[in-house]
Design a protein around this ligand. Structure first.
Ligand code: THU
Length: 130
């Protein structure tokens, strides 16, 4: 756990967030031990911002990683409170990560709060609804 948190903390500097000045870092841990980082990436057209969680997940999927390969995601911000994933990320995590995967929020005191994917989007829309 220490290793993934350190990676999330170190990777925060890669955030491209000149508009919000709210850097976020996320690291996915796979079942084989691999760790895949992501950061939030913003744009002058504000609506195009991509959150750290989705950056990490899209990077992983782009490398061939799939749902069953993912163990957990750590989300780190440099605040003394816990930052919770936005609705869009909950929707994407719900589809791209196992329902039992852990979502671990980490603040700048390195305190953690752990949830499961299914906790964050009850009664969500999924491909089973199509
Ligand atoms: N953001 C994330 O990257 N993840 C979250 O869980 C919450 C919000 C980003 C989006 C935007 O770049 C900035 O934080 C402020 O909303």
């Amino acid at each position: 756990m220490k290793k993934i948190i350190k990676l999330a903390q170190d990777n925060l500097k890669n955030s491209y967030s000149p508009y919000s000045n709210f850097p976020v870092s996320a690291v996915l841990e796979l079942n084989d031990g691999r760790m895949i980082p992501g950061v939030n990436i913003e744009n002058a057209a504000f609506g195009l911002a991509n959150c750290a969680e989705r950056s990490a997940l899209f990077t992983a999927y782009s490398q061939g990683v799939r749902k069953q390969d993912i163990r957990r995601i750590v989300i780190y911000t440099d605040h003394d409170y816990f930052v919770s994933p936005c609705g869009s990320c909950r929707q994407v995590m719900s589809e791209l990560m196992p329902q039992e995967a852990e979502i671990i929020l980490v603040n700048n005191k390195l305190e953690t709060k752990t949830y499961h994917n299914h906790d964050l989007l009850p009664f969500g829309f999924s491909k089973e609804d199509l």
